[in-house]
Every structure is written in structure tokens, then in C-alpha cells.
Ligand binder design. Structure first.
Ligand code: SF4
Length: 360
């Protein structure tokens, strides 16, 4: 079995069989550290486990210790081009830095970053994205590369970077190879996984809006995680970062890799359905989001099914469920019918039952 090296980031570990972690990145200006802290706190509430912030300039680097002091999850500084920003971020107390050694400049500059990371015992994530490949900058013709050629190139530039850092006697490395399409991302990660066993961060760059971004990310992560490739994930979306975290959790739950929070199972409805099930499920989902019961702590399946013909049977694995009849719903627990409920009380009654489960 492919097993990666276990690496510590702040108070948690990644790789080496640890649970696949859900990450996100803030979308505030980092220098506005209060807004950044607020956004991170919101992300902590929905289950974000590692947070990355962009560090575009020295003023942003200088507020990192303030951010770090006010949050609970590990803080990662994302650096491009300037080694000084990386060194300052490390000195400010971040738990990890993300760099692309290819754009940090000379070997001496990379070495300054590595020495600082070694001193503070923090890991370095090497990120190589398809869009910033050195070879693309050299030749426009190479844009016509196939997914496989692109993936090989990404893995090869990653290996160059890894070797530079390994050559500095540093191996607390995390790698990420991202493209904006699924085949290239999958191939690049597969190629690299045969060469090194550093923990892998998975992501699709510029994945798009919620709909397409989640579909792309879920497809790529599903393939790779099934092959035991991937130790942390980020669902990059042109949307609020909370949506990225929620999507990340849904993907991991769907793959059976993590268990957390309330999972709604609902049927697609068909000609047998006697209720406005789609509306009810959305009402329930909305209510659960504002639900003050630490919904992320207890894994719980809640089924909302359109009819009593197939409903309870199809949702046997759910702790709580409801199946529609004409004007009523049959409440069931673990597939066993309990009582009838008028249609307009479905959502409230389900919430009541969930509260009972939490109180156990
Ligand atoms: S649970 Fe009933 S209504 Fe829903 S899809 Fe199945 S058969 Fe149709």
C-alpha cells in the first residue's frame, strides 16, 4: 500500500495514514488581519482543519503572528517570488509555508528559506501548478501538450524542486501538483507517487464556480484517494471559502474516508412521490446549517424519502428518516417505522429527533 511520510503541521499530523485533512484558503486581504481572523473562525466552525493565507508583500507577512494568535487551526503562508516574505512568515510563527522553488530564484535564496524552516521545525509545501510550468514560459508551442505530456512535465519540475530541497538536507516536504483539469491532475499525481512518498495535497486549480468546481474536484479526488494518493484536500471554488470546506467534507464523507456531521440522504423523487420533497429537503438542509448543536461533532444519517413503498428500505442505514405518504410522513429509525407525522411538521419533527440523538 502507498503510505506517505507523516508530517506535523502545528497541532496536527498529515500523511502516514492520518485522516485526509480538509483545507481552505482565505479570500480576505491578509493585511486586514481582523477580517482574516474572522473568516478563519467561520471556517473553523464548518470544519476547516488547515488554513492558508496569501502573503503578497512584507506588510502582510508582518501581521501573521497576530492572525496565528487568534485562531486554532494551523496557519500556512503562501509565498511567491520573494524569499524574504517566506523567511519573515516563518519568523512570525506560521506552521507551514507553501512555495514554488522555481519562482523563488537562486539556490541561495531557496536555501535561506529552508534554513529558516529547519530552525523553526516547520514543513515546506512545494506547489507546482500546470499554469506556471517553466517549459510553458519558454515555448508557446508546448501549450499543445497532451494531458500525459503536461503531467510528466509537472512531475519532472516537481522532482527538480524536491531534489534541490532534499540536497539541503530537508525532508519535511509536502507536495502538490495541480492543473485545472481532472486527467492532468490525476496523471501528474500518479507519476509523482511512484517517485517519492511525501504527503500529497490535492487540488484542482481554477476549478470554477461551485457547481463545476465541486464536480471536477470530486472526480479527481475520488480517483486519487481511491488509489491512496492524497493526504489533504482543498476544493478551490469561486465562492465563499466556507463552501470549499463544506464541499471537502462532503467528498470525504461520500468516499467513506471521514465521518462527521449530519448527512442528508434524500431520494430523487419519482412518480410515486406524494409530497413536495425537494422543497422539504432544502428547508431541512437550511435549518441544519443554523442549527446550534455542534452539528459537526456527531456523524448522523438523516433520510428524507418520497414514498413508503421504497423509502424506509432504501434508507435502512439512516438513524432517522421520514418517508412520504398522502398528506403525512412515516417517521422511521434505522428502517423501522415509528409514527405518522403531518406533512407540514416534517422538518420540525426531524430536527426534534436529531436533538434526541445528540442528547444520547
Ligand atoms: S423513495 Fe419512493 S418517491 Fe423516492 S425515488 Fe424511491 S420510489 Fe420514488
Amino acid at each position: 500500500m502507498y503510505k506517505t511520510k507523516k508530517i506535523r503541521i502545528g497541532d496536527i499530523y498529515i500523511g502516514g495514514g492520518e485522516p485526509v485533512r480538509v483545507q481552505s484558503m482565505t479570500k480576505t486581504k491578509t493585511i486586514d488581519w481582523r477580517s482574516t481572523v474572522n473568516q478563519i473562525k467561520n471556517l473553523e466552525d464548518v470544519g476547516c482543519e488547515i488554513i492558508r493565507v496569501a502573503v503578497p508583500d512584507m506588510s502582510s507577512a508582518k501581521v501573521l503572528s497576530k492572525i496565528k494568535k487568534n485562531i486554532k487551526i494551523p496557519l500556512v503562508a503562501d509565498i511567491h517570488f520573494d524569499w524574504r516574505l517566506a523567511v519573515e512568515s516563518i519568523n512570525q510563527g506560521v506552521d507551514k509555508i507553501r512555495i514554488n522553488p522555481g519562482n523563488i530564484g537562486s539556490r541561495e535564496n531557496i536555501e535561506k528559506v529552508v534554513i529558516a524552516a529547519k530552525k523553526k521545525k516547520i514543513p515546506i509545501r512545494i506547489g507546482v501548478n500546470a499554469g506556471s510550468l517553466k517549459i510553458l514560459k519558454k515555448s508557446e508551442g508546448m501549450l499543445k501538450m497532451s494531458s500525459l505530456q503536461m503531467a510528466e512535465q509537472m512531475a519532472s519540475e516537481m522532482m527538480e524542486n524536491i531534489k534541490i530541497i532534499e540536497g539541503m538536507d530537508f525532508s519535511d516536504i509536502i507536495v502538490s501538483l495541480k492543473a485545472n483539469d481532472v486527467p492532468t491532475t490525476v496523471l501528474a499525481n500518479r507519476i509523482l507517487s511512484k517517485k517519492r512518498n511525501y504527503p500529497v495535497h490535492l487540488g484542482i486549480t481554477e476549478a470554477g464556480t461551485e457547481f463545476s468546481g465541486i464536480v471536477k474536484s470530486a472526480s479527481a479526488f475520488g480517483i486519487l484517494l481511491n488509489q491512496k494518493i492524497g493526504d489533504t484536500i482543498r476544493v478551490s471554488l469561486s465562492a465563499l471559502p466556507e463552501e470549499e470546506v463544506k464541499a471537502g467534507w462532503e467528498i470525504l464523507k461520500a468516499l467513506g474516508l471521514r465521518k462527521r456531521g449530519i448527512e442528508i440522504i434524500s431520494c430523487p423523487t419519482c412518480g410515486r412521490c406524494e409530497t413536495d420533497l425537494i422543497k422539504i429537503v432544502h428547508q431541512l438542509e437550511k435549518k441544519l446549517l443554523t442549527f446550534n448543536l455542534s452539528p459537526l461533532t456527531l456523524p448522523l444519517k438523516v433520510a428524507v424519502m418520497g414514498c413508503i413503498v421504497n423509502g424506509p428500505g432504501e434508507a435502512k442505514g439512516a438513524e432517522i428518516g421520514i418517508a412520504g405518504g398522502k398528506g403525512f410522513g412515516l417517521l422511521f429509525k434505522k428502517g423501522i417505522p415509528i409514527r405518522k407525522i403531518p406533512q407540514k411538521k416534517w422538518v420540525d419533527e426531524i430536527i426534534k429527533e436529531i436533538k434526541k440523538e445528540f442528547a444520547k
